[in-house]
Design a protein around this ligand. Structure first.
Ligand SMILES: Nc1ncnc2c1ncn2[C@@H]1O[C@H](COP(=O)(O)OP(=O)(O)OP(=O)(O)O)[C@@H](O)[C@H]1O
Length: 353
């Protein structure tokens, strides 16, 4: 449905998007995450038709719409956009905002469309309100309805939730995902917030310096990060130092772990093993003791920061009835489903994020 093939985009002499290849099937939701300035918005603008490629191409429904030589005009692409600041018209009602892009439709068609979309975004009774009479979340739903009104094939969402409260964002992201899935719309979301990406996306692309580091499902990205950068950027975790005993076994201060297929490592190599908070299990029976250095209450869980006897810090996600005070010693064991490790290179830091 949407394919970016070896896409590069430059502003003057600076190539800010480099060799991006990714694709989404019809109805799939993709998400681009990465540090500020890594090129996420530039990619959205190129898909919408506002930036021309330096090389490579963009295909929509099999047809090349952007190449270095030719550009289909933005209004012919059937691509809708939802922005961070909503960009709604304050002097128009909700209904008029939604029907704004439907100039060629009759009054009755517009009214029917507005009614259907208000229903879809969960605001059936708010058509006659003005924008300032709505909450931030309601405004974002109106912005979504307005973008959906012309029935786009692809919807682009640029940090659509960033002005909303953190706890509310994930809920809205889930709701919007349901709406997009119901309509089978292909969408690309740009966000800084990985939890928003997890809540909404089928596929996530992690970008750094204009390049795509990994394009994978949220599960794969979290459990099988392709690089140290992705491991650091997505989810919490620490890198625990280890030494390879042979090509399949690594020794760490939490024990010896084994896996059959590991990257190119040999006996004696120094590595960093990625440990997620859910890999560390609180176990009173365990001989391995750790000291609670910090704790964060998360409702059903407590996220502990634990100091191991050698001083290394790890996270542990424990059910919240396992309530321990800072300074207390608790038993832990490592429950690794699979090993993610990276060869230790000069300058690599193992630490918390
Ligand atoms: N119109 C422009 N002219 C020149 N350089 C630009 C222009 N727009 C963006 N850039 C540069 O291109 C790079 C990528 O910008 P882009 O807005 O795509 O990043 P981003 O990942 O979306 O960042 P953020 O998360 O901060 O929004 C940045 O270095 C930015 O300064």
């Amino acid at each position: 449905m949407l394919a970016l093939e070896q896409l590069a985009i430059a502003y003057g002499p600076h190539t800010v998007v480099k060799d991006i290849t990714l694709s989404l099937a019809e109805g799939q939701i993709g998400c681009l995450v990465g540090p500020s300035g890594c090129g996420k918005t530039t990619i959205l603008r190129a898909i919408a038709g506002f930036e021309a490629p330096q090389s490579g191409q963009i295909r929509l429904q099999g047809q090349a719409v952007s190449t270095a030589l030719q550009q289909q005009a933005p209004e012919q692409r059937k691509v809708g956009m939802v922005f961070q600041d909503f960009a709604l018209f304050p002097h128009l009602t909700v209904a008029d905002n939604i029907s704004f892009g439907l100039q060629q439709h009759s009054k009755a068609q517009k009214a029917a469309k507005v009614k259907q979309l208000l229903q879809l975004v969960g605001l059936p009774d708010l058509g006659q309100r003005y924008i300032h009479q709505l909450s931030g979340g309601q405004q974002q739903r109106v912005a979504l309805a307005r973008a959906l009104a012309p029935e786009p094939k692809v919807l682009l969402l640029d940090e659509p939730f960033s002005s909303l409260d953190a706890e509310f964002r994930e809920v809205l992201a889930r709701d919007i995902r349901k709406i997009l899935k119901q309509l089978q719309i292909t969408a690309v979301l740009v966000t800084h917030d990985q939890f928003e990406a997890f809540a909404m996306a089928d596929m996530i692309g992690v970008m750094q310096h204009g390049q795509l580091q990994q394009w994978a499902t949220p599960y794969e990205l979290y459990h099988r990060p392709a690089s140290r950068f992705v491991a650091d950027f997505v989810g919490r975790g620490v890198m625990l130092p280890g030494v390879m005993l042979d090509e399949q076994r690594v020794e760490t201060c939490l024990g010896i772990f084994r896996q059959r297929y590991l990257p190119d490592v040999r006996a004696g190599d120094h590595v960093d093993v990625l440990i997620r908070p859910d890999d560390i299990v609180h176990d009173d029976e365990s001989a391995i003791q750790a000291t609670v250095a910090d704790k964060a209450f998360r409702g059903s869980h407590i996220l502990y920061t634990l100091a191991l006897t050698g001083g290394e810090l790890v996270y542990c996600l424990a059910l919240s009835h396992h309530n321990h005070a800072i300074g207390e010693q608790i038993g832990i064991r490592l429950d690794l489903d699979h090993l993610v490790l990276f060869p230790r290179t000069l300058g690599a830091v193992s630490g918390l994020n």
